[in-house]
Each structure stands twice: as C-alpha cells, then as structure tokens.
Design a protein around this ligand. Structure first.
Ligand code: GUN
Length: 296
C-alpha cells in the first residue's frame, strides 16, 4: 500500500493561520512583531533562504529587516551590528544566517546575540533551557518535525525514535525535544551517526526514523522497519542531466525504495522544507509576545 505523505506545506499552512491570529492580537496592542536577518557575504543558498524569510515576514504582516554585510566584514563590525539589533526595540528577534565566511568566529557571534531575541535557538542559554524543558524558543527544524508528527496524529509516546545525524542544528536538538515529557515527545530516543557501529541494525528498530545526515539517499530500504514513519530532513543537490537545471534536490532517504515499506514518509522537496521558516516565524511571534506580555 502506498504510504501516507506528510507534507510541510499543509502543516505549515495550519500553523501560519494560527500565527496570523496571534499577530493580529499583538497589533491590537500596538505591537508589530519584527524579525531581522543578518547576511554576511554572498553565499547563493543563503541568499535564497534569507529572501524567503523576508517574504514570509511581509506576507504575515510582520516587520522584516534584512541586513546585508559584505564578505570582508570584520568580526568587530559584525558584533557591533548584533549589539545594535540587541538594543533595537522594533526588532523582537533576529538571526545571523550561517555559514559565515571562514574568517569569522560563528560561536562568539551566536553568543553575542541576546538570548531573548535568539529566534534560531542557537544561543547556549536557549539550548540549555530547551534541554531542561523550560524553553522560550524551539530550534526551528526539529520543532518543525515535531509539529509534523503531532499534526499528522502520529503517536510519539513510548515510541522508539531513531535520529540519524548529530549536528547542532538538527540531530542533537531533535533528540533533546523527543525525550521531553509532553505532547509530541515522551519517546525513547537513539542517536546514530557516522561513527556508529551496526547502524542499519539500529535504524531498523525505529518506529519513527528522523534522518539528518547530509548524505544523499543514505537510508535505503534495508535500513528501515516495515510500517515505520520516516522523516527526511536532508536536502542534497545532485547532478541530473535530465533535469532542466542540470541538478535536482534529493533527501537523505531513498524515497522510491523506502516508501514501498513504510506507513508514512516526507518527500524531498515538499516535506520538512517549509517547516523551518514556519517555526522561525513562530519563534519571532513568541519573542514579540514575551516582550509585550512577559513570560507565560
Ligand atoms: N543556515 C542553515 N540553516 C540555518 C538556520 O536555521 N539558521 C541560520 N541562522 N542559518 C542557517
């Protein structure tokens, strides 16, 4: 039987309609949520992401500010811009788009962002708050995956979630979210990565397999369990001469083969992709609510 497709576009639309109501009620109080993005240099993929973030802000009626800085920007100039946004009352949340040019120190830039405005949830204070279950913000991609599971009615309580990949942006925070008590979590979590022995024997035990390894078609049919739910976070551009652009996007999962045996799966593109910006917008609205009403 064909598996159910979990589509980020559908899930994100539901969340956007809730966000529009929250934005309207902030506006009734005279507050327009403001999100800024700092982009250093001209990395083509980053340009696309940053443009999409700005467009989404505007379509939701939020204030959007994109700060473009040249590739030669110094650490001091970037830190000065971060400090300026930390103090700007019209900007409730902001992020520095990664990766930064190699002469800049990402860690110290992230740590200079005010935790109250860190809508990426990359600051160590926010990572720690998430881990102990007292979050202000949630990391966008893992929170997006969690919303896809919850809003698709997929039970996570007591289920074995295997996370493939241990990045700071996806793998580690994904595991941290799924072990929390509460809705859409309460799972038994295993993290596997490039140094894991017998990886297929572990991924085959997953009720829910979340794959964020950054390797095209890493998960083949023999690495998944019959009836599992598979969430593919990978976005890899591979050469394809039959495609008009000469290349196309594939995930970390061999979709055609794996979809034959699982109960639900996310395609690439069209799966997790739209959720990241959606959850970023949710964090920005939350930042504006906290600034306006205090922590609830
Ligand atoms: N680069 C790729 N993904 C992200 C993200 O979620 N936030 C930031 N700041 N940079 C990124």
């Amino acid at each position: 039987m064909a598996p159910r497709l979990i589509l980020g576009k559908e899930v994100s639309e539901e969340i956007y309609s809730e966000l529009r109501e929250r934005i309207a009620s902030l506006k009734e109080k005279g507050v327009t949520p403001g999100l800024a993005v700092i982009l250093v240099g001209d990395d083509p993929a980053s340009q696309v992401y940053v443009r999409k973030k700005g467009e989404m802000c505007e379509s939701l009626g939020m204030r959007s500010l994109t700060v473009r800085m040249p590739a030669e920007t110094t650490q001091e100039e970037l830190l000065a811009k971060v400090r300026q946004l930390n103090e700007d009352p019209t900007i409730h949340g902001f992020l520095v788009q990664l990766p930064l040019p190699s002469h800049l120190d990402e860690r110290s830039v992230i740590e200079s962002i005010s935790p109250a405005k860190d809508v990426d949830c990359f600051h160590p204070e926010n990572v720690g708050r998430m881990l102990i279950g007292e979050p202000s913000f949630l990391p966008a991609t893992p929170a997006g995956v969690q919303q896809m599971l919850v809003r698709s009615g997929i039970e996570t309580k007591g289920k074995h979630v295997v996370v493939v990949g241990r990045s700071n942006i996806v793998g580690k925070p994904m595991a941290a979210l799924m072990i929390q008590k509460g809705v859409g979590a309460n799972s038994t979590v295993t993290v596997v990565h490039s140094a894991t022995e017998n990886l297929p024997s572990i991924t085959r035990q997953a009720d829910i397999l979340v794959v964020a390894m950054g390797r095209p078609r890493f998960v083949t049919a023999d690495r998944g369990k019959e009836g599992a739910v598979v969430i593919d976070v990978g976005t890899n551009r591979i050469e394809d001469p039959t495609h008009p652009k000469g290349s196309r996007l594939v995930g970390d999962v061999d979709f055609d083969a794996v979809s034959q045996k699982v109960s639900a799966i996310t395609p690439v593109p069209g799966g997790v992709g739209p959720m990241t910006i959606c959850m970023l917008m949710a964090n920005a609205v939350r930042a504006a609510e906290i600034a306006t009403e205090g922590e609830r």
